[in-house]
Design a protein. Structure first.
Length: 191
């Protein structure tokens, strides 16, 4: 695919902040269609948990689900992955920290999930920092997946976690530890 920067229209500025200028239209289509499909499926699968939500909580849930799913897919696309790999470690660490808003959103939407959400965010910060700041084999996709799966398991040990909240926290960890934190090259291979 031809990178956006080589196309007549150019990458839209808001998308360039997230994806860089090498993400292709096909990659972006997968990101945003995947996010919509995940969110729609989530709302249907967990309708018993989401139906009683007030409009504010439902809106926060929809926005969080869209961003989590879209980000998990985007961070694995070659264009976005190459962009973030070229950014300084301090900016990547800031990106991890800012995503605490997702853990807060899960705790806000699903009562009783606060301890699990805090654990998930802490795991993201610790495992993500390890992967971003490490050199060599520790930065590979295999290490990132191992850390992500361990984090998902640890979060599910927290009391009061509903299945719906657990799924969103699992996607948060996968998005930021595996797909964002890994040090693989843009092709997705280990460095």
């Amino acid at each position: 695919m031809t990178p956006w920067r080589d196309r007549a229209l150019g990458m839209p500025a808001p998308l360039q902040l997230l994806h860089g200028d090498h993400a292709t239209p096909r990659e972006l289509a997968w990101v945003y269609m995947g996010a919509l499909a995940f969110t729609g499926g989530f709302l249907v699968a967990f309708r018993q948990d989401t139906a009683p939500l007030d409009p504010l909580r439902l809106g926060v849930l929809v926005l969080a689900a869209l961003d989590l799913a879209g980000g998990a897919i985007a961070n694995l696309s070659p264009g976005t992955r190459a962009y973030w790999r070229s950014r300084p470690a301090s900016l990547r660490m800031t990106f991890l920290a800012v995503h605490g808003v997702h853990a807060a959103a899960v705790a806000f939407v699903f009562s009783g999930s606060g301890p699990a959400a805090l654990l998930a965010w802490g795991w993201v910060l610790g495992a993500g920092a390890f992967l971003i700041l490490s050199r060599g084999a520790a930065r590979g996709d295999a290490s990132a997946m191992a850390l992500a799966l361990a984090g998902v398991a640890a979060v599910h040990l927290a009391p009061g976690l509903s299945p719906a909240a657990g799924l969103l926290l699992a996607v948060l960890i996968i998005k930021l530890v595996f797909s964002f934190g890994a040090g693989g090259r843009a092709s997705g291979t280990d460095s």
